[in-house]
Design a protein around this ligand. Sequence first.
Ligand code: GLN
Length: 240
Amino acid sequence: MTKRQLTIVQLYPDDMNIYGDWGNVLTVKKRAEWHGFEVELIDYNVGDIFPESADILIGGGGQDSGQLKVQADLQKLAPTLQALADDDTPMLMICGLYQLFGRFFKTSKGQIIDGIGIFHAETHAGPERLIGNIVTHNEQFGDIIGYENHSGQTYIDSNMQPLGTIVRGAGNNGQDETEGCIYRNVIGTYLHGSLLPKNPAIADALIEEAAKKKFGDFTPTVIEDRFASKARDVALKRPR
Ligand code: GLN
């Protein structure tokens, strides 16, 4: 019997991939395989032809300069990405791409880098970088553990859900106790680290949504997450 296949598309790995974000792609790939799927991994970089099928999209963070490099191409992809998002395709966008999935990022020099507005949110560079270990809480995923490093302060509109509420750290803007944003199955977050090795519940949720959408069902394998649990315990004890 041929295995059921999921296609993961990694957005802009050449320019937007920092602080271990690549680990998110590896985690989803490995866990999807453990759950019984065959995984096709496609890199999409500036100027590429967007793949015909994309079951899960993952994007990382980057410098302001990386965001500038991808912004024009991202605008071209906007209708495709919006349609995929509206159609419940699971996506995970970290930091720099999280910002550009909102309306815009205004840099410390006052330059506007346009986003695509899937998240009703906007980001303004603040006076100091928000850096350090961070823990947030989400009802479905429990404690979410990671590392943040961003100048941007993101404000999500009142019609949007944050990913988590702050337990420790700064999050979206250091003020309103929110972190990240969720639109349908699209998750945006500032958490690097990588995020998913330490938060396998989020990886499995992306896989589950993709499988249900494509095949109508999902039967998880019970994965022994001893090392993920250990990593979580250690990360929780790290200083800010
Ligand atoms: N350049 C953005 C900021 O500093 C994104 C940083 C990142 O992706 N780590 O806000």
